[in-house]
Design a protein around this ligand. Structure first.
Ligand code: FAD
Length: 405
């Protein structure tokens, strides 16, 4: 009898961890495993704000997939997924197709501009290595041009960040570290640089403890960031953004050389476009992460939505949850192949830390609130722990943030 074919779509946190765990859970004779991803590398999305600001090189955020998985056990196919044909158990790729017996959808997130006029065309989003690299190069170009281009304006040095959630705040933290270096490099008076964050809520970091969120806001303000809270971006133009304060009729224009939108994400469009039943674009899975209408399809990470037992709100889209889902799913695939009962996914929160640049952060870890350097050190521990889970000590030594060598 031929071995069942397991196909994993996407090599982000969810897909990579599923592949690595399946490698351990299954014997070679149990199944053929294939991982499909559009790039030949896996990247750490949670580090992209650093690459976007230019505080780390983008190569630090990525690693070749073949260096992390055992390619004798998991076949890697570099290709772009086009659609999923559930009826015929096939996935259409840009350069062919692939058949599956079990399918794991881990295609992650896309930026959500909520239909705000001009945002898709005139703002950047921190979404992938390539988008992060583009932001870094754009900001650097604006600074490099300032003293050389006769048409350069002061507003070319203004950076608007849309959104003050985790990725927006973390990006601001990197920017306030990076700008002084850029000013030195390009002989620019730091007083000419403006960083403005526009957030619709009346406070920053909505899911965080209020005291910690205020700490983050105060720190960033002390470094020159202006927050426009209870304010909405109404339009982005080549010249900047038009914003409107809540309960006001007036539009204010902020001229800016760079606009970075971090205000929302949505699920990858492929499942919905392939006819999956979705909940706001996400595949709503059962407690063992299975698509209810097809026993052979599973979803993990930002493309999936899981409701904790008896809860009204689903788990949020985070890397931490994608990783834990992947661990649960690999075990469940083994159970299924061995005719055993599957285990429900239960998220075990270990805490969340938001970095504010290299040396500052805020967070809650095992119910303890942390700020400043201890929080920044904890963030690096979290980052390195993932590398340890994925590729062991060699990967931590190669890519890790704690200077072990
Ligand atoms: P992704 O990481 O999005 O991976 C999806 C993969 O699928 C990618 O490799 C992509 O290239 C591939 N892919 C997509 N489409 C196709 C296609 N058509 N064909 C082939 N391959 C495809 N979460 C935290 O828990 N903690 C944090 O501190 C944190 N910080 C963040 C900071 C930033 C700047 C951002 C943007 C997000 C942050 N998040 C954080 C959220 C976290 O990054 C996501 O929840 C996580 O990346 C989801 O993992 P995933 O595996 O579902 O998807």
């Amino acid at each position: 009898m031929s071995k069942p074919k397991i196909v994993i779509l996407g090599a982000g946190y969810g897909g990579m961890m599923t592949a690595v765990r399946l490698e351990k859970e299954l014997k070679a004779e149990d199944a053929d495993i294939t991982l499909v991803n559009k790039h030949n590398y896996h990247y750490q999305t949670t580090w992209l704000h650093e690459a976007a600001a230019g505080t780390i090189h983008h190569d630090r955020t990525r690693m070749l997939i073949k260096n992390v998985i055992n390619t004798k056990r998991v076949k890697f196919v570099q290709d772009t997924v086009g659609s999923i044909d559930r009826e015929n158990k096939k996935v259409a790729l840009k350069n062919g197709e692939i058949e599956y017996d079990y399918l794991i959808v881990a295609l992650g997130f896309e930026s959500n501009t909520f239909g705000i006029k001009g945002l898709a065309e005139n703002a950047f989003a921190i979404r992938s290595v390539n988008t992060a690299r583009k932001i870094r190069e754009h900001i650097e170009y604006k600074f490099a041009s300032y003293n050389n281009d006769p048409d350069a304006k002061d507003s070319d040095l203004t950076i608007v960040v849309g959104g003050a959630g985790l990725s927006g705040i973390e990006f601001l933290g990197e920017l306030v570290d990076r700008i002084p270096d850029l000013c030195k490099e390009y002989d620019i008076d730091p007083n000419k640089v403006k960083i403005v964050d526009v957030e619709g809520m009346p406070f920053v970091l909505p899911p965080f403890d209020r005291e910690l969120a205020k700490y983050a806001q105060n720190y960033l303000e002390s470094k020159g960031v202006t927050f426009k809270l209870s304010t909405f971006i109404k339009e982005a133009t080549p010249e900047g953004v038009k914003v409107q304060k809540k309960d006001s009729e007036e539009l204010e224009e902020i001229q800016a050389g760079t606009v970075v939108w971090t205000g929302g994400v949505k699920a990858n469009h492929i499942p919905a476009d392939s006819g999956f039943e979705t909940n706001r674009g996400k595949i709503q899975v059962t407690e063992d992460l299975r698509y209810p209408e097809d026993d052979h399809i599973f979803a993990v990470g930002d493309v999936a939505v899981v409701f904790p037992k008896d809860a009204e709100r689903p788990y949020p889209p985070t890397a931490q949850i994608a990783i834990q889902e992947a661990e649960n799913l690999a075990k469940n695939i083994k159970h299924i192949l061995h005719g055993e009962k599957t285990e429900a996914f239960v998220y075990k929160p270990k805490g969340t830390v938001a970095s504010l640049g290299e040396k500052q952060a805020i967070g809650v870890v095992f119910d303890h609130k942390l700020t400043g350097k201890p929080a920044a050190a904890m963030k690096k521990v979290i980052d390195d722990r993932y590398l340890l889970m994925l590729g062991g000590v060699p990967l931590v030594l190669k890519k890790g943030k704690l200077n072990l060598l």
